[in-house]
Design a protein around this ligand. Structure first.
Ligand SMILES: [Zn+2]
Length: 255
């Protein structure tokens, strides 16, 4: 089994003590591709450097909605420079977060739109963060019909999933699918067309059961694949192969 973790924050300070040890241990756990998303320009640069250092690590460059208020005026130029590098495969993570509201909502929307424009101009896929902001996220992604990507850590309804897949989007599932209250989410995962399915850890967050409460890393992606295999009536190996293929198709710079 060869696994593709499409979203893991190895630039997070929770990995400051042992980042290289964790990354070096991934191939032995059958994790052969990882995408490290950026949350601001500085972390995007650190993620790109990690991608340069590890052949199986790739980066995305972006400004998270939490950090939107600090987006620099020259954000577009900084993202374009990063996106020109061989190991930067996407724009992300970008979107809206109305749960924490760390940046004002109008600023979040403006920064999200500006980054969708960068993705369109550079023909790159995007990684979307949508928390309690679905109507506004949908309105913005609809305004960019030629931009494709993934709704990371999908947590929405089956109805929303049907709309998003009809618009060409992928949905990605985390360790949340292993939690007790995941029944509705597993219904979405069971319904989802096979070619739109992706998996991720969102490390260091959202640690799957039975490790919940501890720091997450990509070695736990197997538990996400196993939970989805039960929901979809497929083997874990089939889920791994499907999400491997889908990840490479969506993030087409990754080889
Ligand atoms: Zn994330």
């Amino acid at each position: 089994m060869t696994l593709f973790d499409t979203h893991a924050h190895y630039t997070d300070e929770q990995f400051d003590e042992d980042r290289d040890a964790v990354l070096a241990a991934l191939p032995a756990a059958d994790v052969a591709r990882v995408v490290v998303p950026g949350v601001n320009i500085a972390s995007s640069r650190r993620g790109a450097a990690l991608a340069e250092a590890y052949p199986y690590v790739w980066a995305a460059a972006g400004v998270h909605p939490h950090d939107a208020a600090e987006a620099p005026p020259d954000m577009e130029a900084a993202l374009a420079e990063l996106a020109g590098r061989r190991k930067v495969a996407a724009i992300g993570e970008i979107g809206l977060d109305y749960h924490y509201d760390f940046s004002p909502r109008d600023v979040q929307r403006a920064v999200f739109r500006r980054q969708m424009e960068v993705a369109r101009a550079l023909s790159l896929p995007v990684i979307i963060h949508d928390r309690e902001a679905h109507a506004d996220v949908l309105e913005i992604v609809r305004a960019f019909p030629d931009v494709r990507g993934v709704f990371h850590c999908y947590s929405g309804s089956l109805e929303s999933a049907k709309v998003l897949t009809s618009l060409g989007w992928h949905l990605s599932f985390t360790g949340v699918v292993t939690y007790k209250n995941a029944r509705r989410l597993l219904e979405v995962a069971a319904w989802l067309p096979g070619d739109r399915l992706l998996i991720e850890t969102d490390a260091p967050y959202l640690t799957p059961e039975p490790h919940r409460g501890r720091r997450n890393d990509s070695r736990h992606i197997r538990l996400v694949a196993e939970a989805l295999s039960r929901a979809r009536g497929a083997s874990p190996e089939e889920i791994a192969a499907l999400t491997w293929e889908n990840g490479h198709r969506l993030f087409s710079k990754i080889c």
